[in-house]
Ligand binder design. Structure first.
Ligand code: NAP
Length: 587
């Protein structure tokens, strides 16, 4: 391929994709963009560290051949003011894997952000942010070591899709008129209007990637983070599609949190990832109170944006948090902070964010040994008190070094003498934590579920799952016995030649038997059952279920999924849920 300013190295081979898998040669060519502001300072330092680690880890058998690419100011200087040259995009597509420093977005050039443009142009639909703590790094948490999550943020839609209409504009007025006139929507005059598209296609490919990651990295769970209790058809739908992907594409390798408790008694089966979900605002609390419960988080664009910075702050700030934007194969790893122009060229700032993005890149290539070596050497450098200014001002007795000095100190500490024992130590720690969580789930499942922030959102979350039926001719006494034995509050009553299916609840017995002055031994279930039975979909939001019960004056409904009865939900289940978990809607 012809390039104007990009020079492919004469040695090394390109990464390829075969059968959906990345094929990484021993001497791959990788793209890098220095970036603007502090970009050159941190990139120079990181290139040295990555190269040294690869050389040591593989005894010279592997080596990266770097190909410089240009974006931002570095591009504008070469491409007649073009901040976003087309050939850089082509080169990234050709090389498949690249890493970049921070970029200055030109003001008034038609870009909202170069980073957003890059994600859209290359369809890098997953923003992946691993966040974990390294011993010695200053943190506001008492136990920052409990934070070890990977956030998968959807990159292409949600309110970031840019479908927005300014207050007072002609388009805004036309849309407002349509929404009010045609759809009966109600909002204040002159409201700015934005559209929040969330599609099954984009949601599913994001969740698919998160689940695959969890499986590949032996992670315990994937949590779908959403605000589906309020935004049902966007965030609620994301949750629904997320569970659908898990069920349809990873059915034999995933279980839901419900299954974990109900079918496995809280003991996680070997080799299976638990799929759970949490409401977005609750996850912020939980990541502070019980971060150890979470592993891989999958969420939409806006939630993910907030969440990744908030969690990064827990373990030492956004200054060292790594990130990557990944499509089906093409991946661009990046520093997550900006260009910090006031420090540009001073050899002063922390290279941590770009460094760890590169560590994740090495993992993406499958070069785990080099990645682990850097992680360990980083930790050793920081625990020896050798840090850049930003950490030095938060640590007592630290030695402040420049960016390049930090790289020197880290490279000195690279080595594989105790790599295996340190890896084994970490694996032991993780296994012990996992066993402790399992013990609590098995001993006190209800308390654990409540404390771990699980809140019911849909009818499926509160229903009685065992569908048990009794013949219409059974006495109410017999039916009550069945309910007691199975610890359920309602049974289905089977049809007869003249009557259809019905439902009998404890409440019916009080109302129709005791209230009518009759004995429960004489009356049959068929007589007291409610008919016709009302069915609701398992995914019906609880608030809709509450409304349905009020509007139709019913106290129970049979829950169906894909045309099959899967449970019974009653007024009692509903009120118990509100009592126990609070009124989820409207929070
Ligand atoms: P910023 O560049 O991230 O800098 C804000 C502050 O964060 C700095 O003043 C510094 O704090 C701290 N900081 C950032 N990177 C650091 C590092 N490597 N080591 C230590 N401290 C670090 O954010 P900004 O000032 O809002 O944005 C500046 C420019 O960057 C803008 O043009 C923006 O568009 C661009 N930007 C680019 C990206 C990207 O390319 N990914 C992302 C965000 C922003 P102290 O002052 O406390 O020392």
């Amino acid at each position: 391929m012809d390039y104007r300013h990009i020079r492919l190295p004469s040695q090394g081979q390109k990464i390829t994709v075969a059968d959906g898998q990345l094929q990484v040669p021993d001497e791959p060519i990788l793209g890098y963009v220095e970036g603007d502001g502090i970009g050159p300072d941190i990139t120079r330092a990181c290139l040295r560290i990555w190269d040294a680690a690869v050389a040591q880890a593989y005894g010279g058998k592997r080596r990266i051949h770097w190909c410089e690419l240009f974006l931002g100011e570095g591009a504008a200087a070469r491409y007649e003011g073009d901040y976003f040259p087309d050939e850089t995009l082509r080169a990234i597509q050709e090389l498949i894997v690249a890493i970049k420093g921070p970029l200055t977005t030109p003001v008034g050039e038609g870009f909202r952000s170069l980073n957003v443009a890059l994600r859209q142009q290359l369809d890098l639909y997953a923003c992946v942010r691993p966040v974990r703590h390294y011993q010695g790094v200053p943190s506001p948490m008492r136990h920052p070591e409990q934070v070890d999550v990977v956030i998968f943020r959807e990159n292409t839609e949600d309110v970031y899709a840019g479908i927005e209409y300014q207050s007072g504009s002609e388009q805004n007025q036309r849309l407002a008129q349509f929404l009010r006139g045609e759809l009966g929507a109600n909002f204040f005059d002159d409201a700015g209007l934005g559209v929040k598209p969330v599609s099954p296609f984009a949601s599913k490919r994001l969740v698919r990637k998160a689940i695959q990651y969890a499986l590949d990295h032996q992670r315990e769970s994937v949590t779908l983070v959403h605000k589906g209790n309020i935004m049902k058809y966007t965030e609620g739908a994301f949750r629904k599609w997320g569970y659908e992907v898990a069920r349809e594409e990873f059915g034999d390798r995933t279980i839901t949190e419900d299954q974990l408790y109900e079918e496995y008694g809280g003991k996680q089966p070997e080799g299976k990832v638990v799929i759970k979900d949490r409401i977005a605002d609750i996850i912020f609390q939980l990541m502070i109170l019980r971060p150890q419960e979470f592993d891989v988080l999958a969420t939409m664009n806006l939630n993910g944006d907030y969440l990744s910075d908030a969690i990064a702050a827990q373990v030492g700030g956004v200054g060292i948090a790594p990130g990557a934007n990944i499509g089906d194969h093409v991946a661009v790893f990046e520093a997550t902070h900006g260009t910090a122009p006031k420090y540009a060229g001073q050899d002063k700032v922390n290279p941590g964010s770009l460094l760890f993005s590169g560590v994740d890149m090495l993992e993406y290539l499958g070069w785990q040994r080099a990645a682990d070596m850097i992680r360990i050497a980083y930790q050793d450098t920081v625990t020896d008190g050798i840090v850049t200014y930003d950490f030095a001002r938060q640590m007592e007795g630290a030695t402040e070094v420049p960016t390049s000095g930090f790289a020197d100190a880290l490279i000195e500490r690279l080595g594989d003498a105790d790599l295996e024992s340190r890896r084994a130590e970490r694996a032991r720690e993780l296994a012990a934590e996992r066993a402790e969580r399992e013990r609590r789930r098995m001993q006190a499942p209800d308390e654990e579920m409540l404390a771990s922030g699980r809140k019911p959102v849909t009818v499926a979350d509160i229903m009685t799952r065992s569908i048990i039926s009794v013949p219409a001719s059974a006495s109410v006494d017999a039916a009550l016995r069945v309910m007691r034995e199975h610890d359920i509050s309602a049974v289905l009553v089977e049809p007869t030649d003249v009557q259809e299916w019905g439902v009998m609840t404890r409440r019916d017995v009080v109302g129709r038997v005791a209230g009518g002055g009759r004995s429960s031994a004489e009356v049959t279930a068929g007589e007291v059952a409610s008919r016709p039975i009302i069915t609701v979909g398992a995914d019906t939001p609880l608030s809709d279920f509450g409304r349905l019960m009020m509007e139709r004056d019913i106290r129970r409904a049979v829950v169906e999924r894909n045309g099959e009865f899967v449970g019974i939900a009653t007024e009692t289940d509903f009120t118990n849920s509100v009592e126990q978990f609070g009124w989820v809607r409207g929070e």
